[in-house]
Design a protein around this ligand. Sequence first.
Ligand code: ADP
Length: 365
Amino acid sequence: MYDPNLLDIEREKLRTIIDGIAEGIVIVDSNQTIKNINTAAEDIIGYKRFEVKEKPVGDFLNLLDKENNLISPDSYSPKGKVDVHGVVFKKNSVNLIDKKDNVKVVKIESRKIQGGAKIDLGSIIFLEDVSKVLELERMKMDFMSMAVHVLRTPITVLKGYLSNLLKANTLAKLEQKEIEILNSSLSGVEELGILIENLLHLSEIQRGKFEIYPSPISLEGVVRSVVKDMKRASEAKGLALVVQSPLYEFPMVKADIKRIREVLINLIENAIKFTEEGSIQISVSIKEGFAQVAIKDTGRGIPPENIHYIFTKFYRVKDPLEMEEGTGIGLYVSKKIIDAHNGEIWVESDVGKGSTFYFTIPLSQ
Ligand code: ADP
């Protein structure tokens, strides 16, 4: 028997459930008229349920695209039967103007409600206010960038003093043990320096503020200068670090010298870290309109199943024997730097035999 009370009870149950959902929900019929919204949606759009019910959704859901144009309701609640299953519109962050003209960043997903093959029951729109999350993320990144900037100066000062102490005239007055201590202190400070630069770039990349400043540079010269700086670290591990001279005069390339130095330091530092014996050979060559640098080590190599991921953020090959410190951002940042130069970076590796990291920079920039 049909019991009208039962229908009311079910409707009330459904309302309570929808209101309890943390995501904003807007239910729209096939004519883009709002049939209902939940409490979370009221908070997001700033209008109460009674203000919007039975009114056009386009009058209350003020969503803006990247060019700040109003997104038409036809995109998130298209009329008629749409040949899709489920989601008709999905964006992870769009701007929404609420009733009080506040701009919020929302995640939106809209689904068609279809009653069988022919009947169009409208759409259900899910909204999530992600403004606070983004604001927190921005604050975190701003803080990191500030902290990193502040750390840069003392590190540069320390590096300068330690390098001065390691010059020939002072060295003559020092005992072997003292020289060793100074050497390891300088290596530690240098490692800290590159970590700081990587962190700074990471925060710049995340805030969309990462830029390069290219000028004509001698790539071979940069390689030689970085290798000279890293000789101490390789010698401390008993590894030969050699540059193979190109067979011809190497042309200048247009690149950001500071950033390319960082890429080289990251790659050579890794080669030293993950190689126990043998050598690290660096070569520069020209390949089909690109200047190419190869850093070849005789280290542990990278398993094929990990190769695909090593240029992603925070990725480190998990190995119980891998005791070295690391953050998993060096290769990620290096890739971003090379991408910004319109070049490519990749690795070829043989487990147990070694790895060769390559990067290229176009010659015709
Ligand atoms: P980190 O060295 O700080 O861990 P990277 O992003 O520079 O971070 O490298 C990511 C991972 O890739 C390393 O943890 C290591 O597992 C692997 N890797 C990088 N370079 C080499 C290499 N030359 N030989 C073997 N493994 C490497």
